[in-house]
Write a protein that binds this ligand. Structure first.
Ligand code: TRP
Ligand code: SF4
Length: 403
């Protein structure tokens, strides 16, 4: 549901600064962001406060990691003139909204988020029985609601956090969306659309409220989103009035699942820092060559004359990502007939990875040598983000009659 005033949907996403990004991040997330930045109004931020929820006892790396992460984003093709890039802690409104939302969020909602218990089990060596860690997903909700995002691109593991965000938004709207003269204001707003539009709106509303016609609701929402001559506040009233609820102050975002592109690592497991099977985005060329050359292959192919089976080989999984049909046929036939050696087979993969990384490494290098520019990008991004964040907070505070 698009409840913001502009036609362009707004997208918000964040990443915790956890060290150098690798090809898994690139294929799983960053390529997606690069595509989205042209089509949507995008806000991408480094979630440094989120890093604190699990790494509060050693904060020495966070600041450096923030800058490294920004470099990797830019190197991957995120364009600061297309997307707003910033650091969470530079926009204190995230903390302010988090605090306000914490007042209305039942503990049980946080306790039942799957990542809460999972992570506590997985990261046994850390004491994660903290207030901040329990609140992790609520801080994420604040990150998203602060920008009234329509869509949040995330991986499967984050869907529960978006679901929580929707519940919190719904609760907030329910509790505070009832301004004193709501019905009267809504009726006035309807008239501002002009006679014809007003009639249409009323018909859709009636179809939905009297007959439960959800199609009429969807049409009406699209119709409202396209209205040019009413204010954002009136629009929010009319979205709420349509559904028979109060004013929608915090719209519910949708999770957009990144296409399950599981980037295989050097050992065939999912590429992940914790498995030590990664190729960093800024890995230098000789290191990339070495890492792929020493990758394990089909263990049953001991001698060059033994035929192999690509299905038992992690190199084959990289062919699936990087090679066209012709190369794949060559590799798989050559493997099964012992017609090629494993080093031959790896050659096109090495070349393809190098080709992908060349421009990324080059851009990373340029940015690394221009700290001034990195600072400027973040400064500008944080300022634009803050402007919007402040507007939302003012709506929130007003709705809570807290002025
Ligand atoms: N929790 C996310 C992760 O671990 C990072 C994150 C923080 C985020 N705030 C967000 C993602 C807001 C999307 C939107 O990957
Ligand atoms: Fe793997 Fe290729 Fe060697 Fe076959 S030839 S085992 S697919 S590296």
């Amino acid at each position: 549901m698009d409840t913001t005033s502009s036609q362009t949907k707004r997208v918000v996403s964040g990443m915790r600064p956890t060290g150098k990004l690798h090809l898994g991040h690139y294929h799983g997330v960053l390529k997606n962001w690069v595509e989205m930045q042209r089509e949507y109004e995008c806000f991408f931020f480094v979630a440094d406060w989120h890093a604190l929820t699990t790494h509060y006892n050693d904060t020495s790396n966070i600041a450096n990691s923030v800058e490294d992460m920004l470099i990797d984003w830019l190197a991957a093709g995120i364009d600061p003139s297309a997307a707003t890039l910033f650091v969470q802690s530079a926009v204190p409104e995230h903390a302010e909204l988090h605090l306000l939302l914490s007042m209305i969020t039942p503990l049980s909602w946080l306790e039942r988020v799957p990542t809460f218990k999972d992570q506590q089990k997985k990261l046994k060596e850390r004491d994660l029985s903290t207030y901040g860690f329990l609140g992790y997903p609520l801080l994420q909700s604040a990150d998203i609601l602060l920008y009234k995002a329509d869509a949040v691109p995330v991986g499967e593991d984050q869907v529960a956090h978006i679901e929580l965000t929707r519940e919190v938004a719904r609760r907030f709207n329910h509790l505070y969306g009832r301004e004193p003269n709501f019905e009267q204001n809504a009726e006035t707003a309807i008239k501002k659309m002009g006679k014809k539009n007003a009639r249409q709106y009323r018909n859709y509303r009636q179809a939905y409220q009297q007959n439960g016609d959800t199609e009429a609701l969807a049409i009406a929402q699209a119709f409202l989103a396209g209205q040019q001559n009413i204010s954002l506040g009136d629009k929010e009233r009319l979205f709420g009035y349509l559904e028979g609820i109060g004013k929608i102050i915090l719209p519910e975002p949708q999770a957009v699942l990144t296409k399950a592109s599981k980037m295989p690592g050097l050992d065939g497991q999912k590429m992940s820092k914790s498995y030590g099977n990664t190729i960093a985005l800024t890995e230098d060329a000789t290191e990339v060559e070495r890492k792929i050359r020493t990758m394990p292959t089909d263990t049953q192919r001991v001698r060059l004359t033994d035929p192999g089976d690509p299905d038992r080989c992690p190199v084959w999984q990289l062919h699936e990502i990087y090679s066209d049909e012709e190369v794949k046929t060559w590799a798989s036939e050559g493997c099964r007939t012992a017609g090629i050696g494993c080093i031959d087979c790896k050659r096109p993969v090495i070349d393809a990875v190098q080709k992908e990384l060349d421009p990324i490494r080059e851009r990373a290098n340029d940015y690394k040598n221009d700290r001034q520019q990195l600072k400027a990008i973040l400064q500008e991004g944080s300022e634009s983000a803050r402007e919007i964040a402040r507007e939302t907070l003012e709506d929130v505070i007003e709705a809570m009659r807290f002025v």
